[in-house]
Design a protein around this ligand. Structure first.
Ligand code: 3PG
Length: 213
């Protein structure tokens, strides 16, 4: 039986092998970037709530780029989660999890991908009903070897490793049975976003979309 959290978040994690983790300052940047990522074959986009303009950019993407499945990343509080829903986010991502954030998410109409980096954190989220988690920060926390070790004892949890994932190591993650997709910022480098170099980002997205296990 597929549990409710899994059914709601999984479409965002299986649309492509990579979920771009993007940092943008303005609606114009957000729209250009989202169009390039979608054109390159990466429809799920995580907009990190790390800049003062992030929420407005997310809102602009939600309205102007309907083919993008835009989510909010770096969600740390109930208020951010609620604001992201109001801005049109389709999913939420957090670097970790707290009781109050999880309680807030139970009341929201969109799914959450909470982060975990240890067996105990995974078990706590498992108890709360979550079977699809962000493994963050994937590289520093143990990389593919850690995910491999979690496979047998934590058999029904699958991950989106994020943090230190790149074109060079993505395949190593994607080949693991408990990995659904990877997250990463390498497809939207800051200098290309600042310069509005959407052709470069579309090319990076195409390369990422072609990754497979
Ligand atoms: C983040 O939240 O910053 C993501 O983990 C992106 O990490 P990366 O820049 O190493 O891809």
């Amino acid at each position: 039986m597929t549990d409710i959290h899994t059914a709601r978040i999984e479409p965002f994690l299986t649309a492509a092998p990579v979920v771009p983790v993007v940092t943008v300052e303005t609606p114009t940047q957000g729209i250009g970037l989202a169009r390039a990522l979608v054109a390159g074959g990466l429809p799920s986009v995580e907009v990190t709530l790390r800049t003062s303009g992030a929420m407005k950019a997310l809102e602009a993407i939600a309205h102007e780029v309907p083919k993008a499945r835009v989510g909010a990343g770096t969600v740390m509080s109930r208020m951010q989660a609620e604001d992201a829903v109001a801005a049109g986010a389709k999913f939420l991502v957090s670097p970790g999890a707290t009781d109050s954030l999880l309680a807030a998410c139970e009341d929201l109409p969109i799914p959450m991908l909470p982060g975990a980096a240890t067996a105990s954190e995974i078990m706590r989220l498992h108890e709360a009903g979550y079977r699809r988690l962000k493994f963050f920060p994937a590289g520093p926390a143990g990389g593919p070897a850690m995910l491999k070790a979690w496979g047998p004892p934590i058999a029904d949890v699958k991950f989106c490793p994020t943090g230190g994932v790149s074109l060079d190591n993505a395949t190593e993650y994607l080949s693991l049975p408990n990995v659904l997709c990877v997250g990463g910022s390498w497809v939207a480098p800051g200098d290309a976003v600042s310069a509005g170099d959407w052709a470069r980002i579309e090319a990076l997205a195409k390369q990422a979309a072609a990754l497979s296990a």
